[in-house]
Ligand binder design. Sequence first.
Ligand code: ATP
Ligand code: MG
Length: 361
Amino acid sequence: MSKIILTGDRPTGKLHLGHYVGSLRRRVELQNSGEFDKIFVMIADAQALTDNADNPEKIRQNLIEVALDYLSVGIDPAKTTIFVQTQVPELTELAFYYMNLVTVSRVQRNPTVKTEIKMRNFEQSIPVGFFCYPVSQASDITAFDATVVPVGEDQAPMIELTREIVARFNHIYGPTLVEPEILLPDNAACMRLPGTDGKAKMSKSLGNCIYLSDSPKELKKKINSMYTDPEHLTIDSPGHLEGNAPFIYLDAFCRDEHFAKYLPDYANLQELKDHYTRGGLGDGTVKKLLFNILEEELAPIRERRKHYEQNIPEVFEILRKGSEEARAAAAKTLSRVRQAMRIDYFDDADLIAEQAKKYGK
Ligand code: ATP
Ligand code: MG
């Protein structure tokens, strides 16, 4: 069986460090590993419209931002098909069939959907389209016969639902769809990177993000205002690591060699943590280290972004080509699905003959 990746992001804002550690960094590694037959990366504009129906301009403006972020982290259009969800209408048709295979109560139990409904104050007025987005995600994944979906932890319930839909579809209509596997980050801090507030997940909708395109000045400001440990009042008092944003970010980003370079008094992160919990280490030192590490990671991303910012029509062309390629792949799956469901009436010689016979012709 081919090894195929499908993953994507909603164009509701620029991409941030949560996307980077949760999915983007992994995608680039997988892309460059050469182990995959096809890699599809989708800008999920249709999904973004499910909770932004009254603000299509936001989606329209952010399409290019997400594309620029992709290219600047190293997603290479020569190796990866970057496409736009709405430009592949086959996905919508698939979703419509899959909706019949899922119950309302099953979606209602989805913990990510539950959290998102709360976050958006949708309790009394959930758009039907928003409610159905997990089903639409199943169609995005299966349309490309994806075997691997590299995403953050919040997406686990979606992949689980996709697997259920695949099993149910194949059970009813015969083996047609491929069951995908989720690929989570191997580091706990990366599965659900918290925001600069140290609490909820870093999320465009919550305004607690460090963006990949933030300037060094913005980066410094955001790091300096990060939530740490409210009980760590003086340098000498013992500090706590739980919910301490700079330390969680260090868990996600730092490597031993960073210490030799930026803070040679310590051999590794564990030594720094021990000193902090013992007392005698100030937040400022930790934040400065974090700034240096993030700046090292983000500077080349920012540079590449500048290049593509000067070539916007070329970026749109990449998306157009990618969308055409994705559409061809999805059309093949859709045709298989229609055949399996036996709704390919006009190509179904048996059906035509059977009906003709029924009427004695
Ligand atoms: P929105 O607020 O519009 O939902 P978002 O910031 O949650 O935006 P998405 O576009 O929903 O971002 O997520 C895209 C991908 O990034 C998914 O694979 C998701 O798991 C991953 N991701 C998003 N935020 C984080 C995070 N804080 N930590 C780890 N992974 C994340
Ligand atoms: Mg999200």
